[in-house]
Design a protein around this ligand. Structure first.
Ligand code: SIN
Length: 309
């Protein structure tokens, strides 16, 4: 087996595979199960000030090629995660706390208390597409900068940002400059492709209840969008920004593609929900086989080495 350990912002992960915030990581039981699993980290559900039940069900639908969800940030509330984090650290792998909020004032308050609980890294989620009436902050560069500049002084562990997908190089450049000015330590690219719509032609109906059926699309079909965002930001920061690639990883070769584009680690959402915790062992074996066949001894060796024609 090739060694699949990796480093993000100076923190070592025993494996490059971890859950995406949202996938099987809301409750204590789910987080402890991640701790016992083959995942290389424990990533919490994105948390808000108050505990939330989330959006009405059905709010997740898997289909051939991907998934659509509109969970609406169901979570235990930040105080509960602050209590859990020290216990989760006993599993001996990094804990990433995912911080969200329903308004700009929420983020610094959550970040301060969560930072005091000493997770290994904090990911600031600027990209949840599923709260009715709340646009994704990551699509507003001024609001993103304002928010990140308020949060940055509250965080002493590595601070990352989870971004939505961008579809134009001008947007990569604008956000890249914001992230540079805000002292961001790592990126997570990408959140689901927001506000997609899946139709069941037999029932002549949408497949999830919230927001008239609109939701975040994930899974295999979003891989090209995820890879493009990993590549664009890798190039913007000339390889110096640690990147977690998220989106479209179903098989080991998908993770390899993320590494070639510039990711140092990867997160899985849809495939984890569909397959359960055993997915980590499968993905590790497949990725190790791909790297070994290609003659690479580590992720670092192939990171960013995508050839252009
Ligand atoms: C959700 O809870 O609706 C998904 C979270 C996210 O996409 O950030």
């Amino acid at each position: 087996m090739v060694n699949l350990s990796t480093t993000i912002a100076g923190v070592t992960f025993p494996s490059c595979f971890m859950n995406a915030a949202g996938a099987l990581c809301v409750t204590r039981e789910e987080l402890e199960a991640l701790g016992k699993s083959g995942a290389g980290a424990i990533v919490t559900k994105s948390m808000t000030i108050e505990a939330r039940r989330g959006n009405p069900e059905p709010r997740y639908h898997g289909f051939v090629g991907g998934s659509i969800n509109s969970m609406g940030l169901p979570n235990l509330g930040y105080k509960a995660y602050a209590e859990l984090i020290p216990q989760l650290k006993r599993f001996g792998k990094p804990v990433i706390a995912s911080v969200a909020g329903l308004g700009e004032d929420d983020f610094p308050a959550i970040a301060e208390l969560i930072n005091a609980a000493d997770p290994d890294l904090i990911e600031v989620n600027l990209s949840c597409p599923n709260i009715p009436g709340k646009p994704q902050i990551g699509y507003d560069p001024e609001a993103s900068e304002r928010l990140l500049k308020r949060v940055r002084p509250k965080i002493t562990v590595p601070m990352g940002v989870k971004l939505p997908p961008y579809f134009d190089p001008a947007h990569h450049d604008v956000m890249g400059a914001v992230l540079r000015r805000c002292g961001v330590d790592f990126l997570n690219l990408i959140n689901s492709v927001g506000n997609g719509l899946v139709v069941d032609p037999e029932r002549e109906a949408v497949v999830i209840k919230p927001k008239g059926g609109f939701g975040g699309v994930g899974g295999r079909i979003i891989k090209p969008v995820a890879l493009a965002n990993v590549r664009a930001f890798y190039k913007f920061f000339e390889g110096t920004m640690p990147i977690i690639g998220t989106g479209g990883i179903v098989e080991g070769v998908d993770a390899f593609e993320h590494f070639l584009c510039g990711a140092s680690a990867v997160q899985v959402g849809t495939v984890l929900v569909e397959e359960g915790l055993d997915v980590f062992g499968r993905l590790e074996a497949e990725t190790s086989a791909v790297l070994s066949r290609k003659g690479y001894q580590s992720i670092q060796e192939c990171r960013g080495r995508l050839k252009e024609l």
